[in-house]
Design a protein around this ligand. Structure first.
Ligand code: GDP
Ligand code: MG
Length: 168
């Protein structure tokens, strides 16, 4: 019995690893040249929270973010969001505030995680730990550092959000 189904939207600049994250979490794979499968809007995975089955549906943007034309339909009914930036892409970090604002515009206040992805490339970091933590506090979001490539902390992101939604 599925007690709860949660739509999670994953936003952030192009190239930060959003599609890879969805693939990793739902299919358990990491491929260098992931291309969106035509016709698939989201992938899902079922987990257990407090003994109850929860279905997590992860929605991909299919590259629309690069043209700033994510449709309202993408956000509709979302109960949680993930704001992703890359350790090696300064502009993607600077854009996080704007992504938060866009999600809030469409979804009001929903449980949200800021994800710093590509921590396997920490030697090439263009953001400091301090400024990332400061931003997360300012935006009142949980911060989780991940490597989709090395499969570090990816599951924690969705477990955290599912737990939050389960409590509501
Ligand atoms: P999207 O545009 O946000 O959907 O990003 P993609 O999922 O297409 O990923 C962009 C590139 O970053 C691809 O070449 C991925 O293989 C790579 N990538 C994604 N996650 C990681 C990671 O954790 N570490 C490293 N080193 N590369 C990653
Ligand atoms: Mg993508």
């Amino acid at each position: 019995d599925i007690e709860l189904a949660i739509k999670v939207v994953i936003v952030g600049n192009g190239g930060v690893g959003k599609s890879s994250m969805i693939q990793r979490y739902c299919k358990g794979i990491f491929t260098k040249d992931y291309k969106k499968t035509i016709g698939v809007d989201f992938l899902e995975r079922q987990i257990e929270i407090d003994g109850e089955d929860v279905r997590i549906m992860l929605w991909d943007t299919a590259g629309q973010e690069e043209f700033d034309c994510i449709t309202k339909a993408y956000y509709r009914g979302a109960q949680a969001s993930v704001l992703v930036f890359s350790t090696t892409d300064r502009a993607s970090f600077d854009a996080i505030k704007e992504w938060k604002r866009k999600v809030e515009n469409e979804c009001n206040e929903i449980p949200t995680v800021i994800v710093q992805n590509k921590i396997d490339l920490i030697e090439q970091a263009v953001v400091t730990a301090d400024e990332v933590e400061t931003l997360a506090k300012l935006l009142n979001c949980r911060l989780i550092r991940t490597s989709v490539k090395e499969d570090i902390n990816v599951a924690s992101v969705f477990r955290y959000l599912a737990t939050k939604c389960h409590q509501i």
